[in-house]
Write a protein that binds this ligand. Structure first.
Ligand code: ATP
Ligand code: F1X
Length: 312
């Protein structure tokens, strides 16, 4: 079973705009409202692909009610800790030229007691058949080494852990040796203190250094350029698929979802990669934070190219 953990869910408001006028009045068009937050998006895509997940994390206020309703309509099992405070609303501004500006709120204050309740819930689900996805930022009141602590506890119970986070959350989590991670190039550059745009060879070396920390699979997403995948001594590259992009928000989540779904189904890494490429390319064609349709993922699968790269 795949358990997604969204500590900082959000109501995503995606709006269209001709061009963002900094310092001016911006009249928004086409406001789309979605149940968001990285883990929740992962659950939505897994469901669309035909898999099952339990979506958990913190939820509260009127936004929380909306998210639970959306998940129930999509027949996704939800098991959240109800918190006192209201969850956040994040705005995604899509300009006509395709540029997307994200305005993400910090999130509500979560108490130690609420965190203890969530930890207990997660440990209750943990066993050798479970795969946990710890994804996205954490709300106020939660320490940045929480993913590290949770990963250690979950691994103790033989569960697999997939981390998709940035900044300090990502950096600390690596100390716990998660099973799989999906940084994008900026997260890796930051982790390795590179203040320039690294090339593919350097990305591969960085990925290999992460494998040496005990991480089984490293997926490095490169936006429209595609992705690199490293596992044991194998390195693969998949060029990005040519699709009509509407909103890139959630593309990374679709990749995480497909990789996790494939892993949970016992697929070979190359098959998981193909699914990840097709699902993430499919996600950029949707408006708002929507999962890609299964039929589109199946269609795109035929276009995925896998290039094996000799280890450097
Ligand atoms: N414009 C695009 N065209 C085709 N595929 C894309 C495009 N943008 C992203 N993708 C696909 O989505 C994957 C993930 O994208 P990206 O590297 O931007 O992830 P991310 O930074 O985690 O994104 P986010 O946090 O916004 O979801 C890429 O590896 C690629 O397969
Ligand atoms: O602020 P975080 O937790 O890092 O990211 C949250 C978020 O931007 O991620 C999803 C897209 O990946 C959106 O649904 C959501 O608004």
């Amino acid at each position: 079973m795949i358990i997604t953990v969204t500590m900082n869910p959000a109501i995503d408001k995606t709006v269209d705009l001709e061009q963002l006028e900094r310092g001016g009045l911006n009249r928004l068009k086409n406001v789309i409202v979605d149940a968001g937050g990285k883990g929740i998006n992962v659950s939505k895509t897994i469901k669309e692909l035909g898999g099952d997940t339990i979506a958990t994390g913190f939820i509260g206020g009127s936004g929380g009610i909306l998210i639970k309703k959306a998940l129930s309509e999509q027949e996704i099992q939800a098991d959240f800790i109800e918190i006192t405070n209201e969850i956040r609303t994040n705005m995604k501004v899509v300009e006509r030229d395709g540029y997307v500006t994200e305005l993400n709120e910090p999130g509500p204050l979560v108490t130690q007691d609420e965190l203890n309740q969530l930890t207990e819930k997660l440990l209750g689900y943990a066993n050798e058949d479970s795969l946990f996805i710890l994804a996205g930022s954490v709300p106020n009141g939660i320490r940045k080494d929480i993913y590290k602590d949770l990963t250690l506890m979950l691994k103790e119970k033989k569960a697999k852990v997939f981390i998709d986070a940035d900044g300090e959350l990502f950096i600390h989590s690596l100390e716990a040796g998660p099973t799989i991670i999906k940084p994008n190039r900026f997260e890796l550059e930051r982790y390795f203190h590179k203040d320039y745009r690294v090339d593919e060879d350097e990305l591969i070396v960085m990925g290999q250094q992460l494998l040496q920390k005990g991480i089984r699979t490293v997926a490095i997403s490169l936006g429209q350029m595609g992705a690199l995948f490293l596992n044991d001594n194998q390195v693969y590259k998949c060029p990005g698929l040519k699709v009509e992009a509407h909103s890139t928000v959630g593309a990374g989540d679709a990749m995480v979802a497909a990789l996790a779904y494939g892993l949970d189904q016992g697929l070979e890494l190359t098959e998981c990669m193909k699914l990840g490429m097709a699902a993430s390319a499919g996600a950029v064609t949707t408006h708002g934070t929507k999962p890609p349709k299964k039929s589109l993922v199946e269609e795109l699968l035929g276009q995925v190219k896998v290039v094996r790269i000799d280890a450097i």
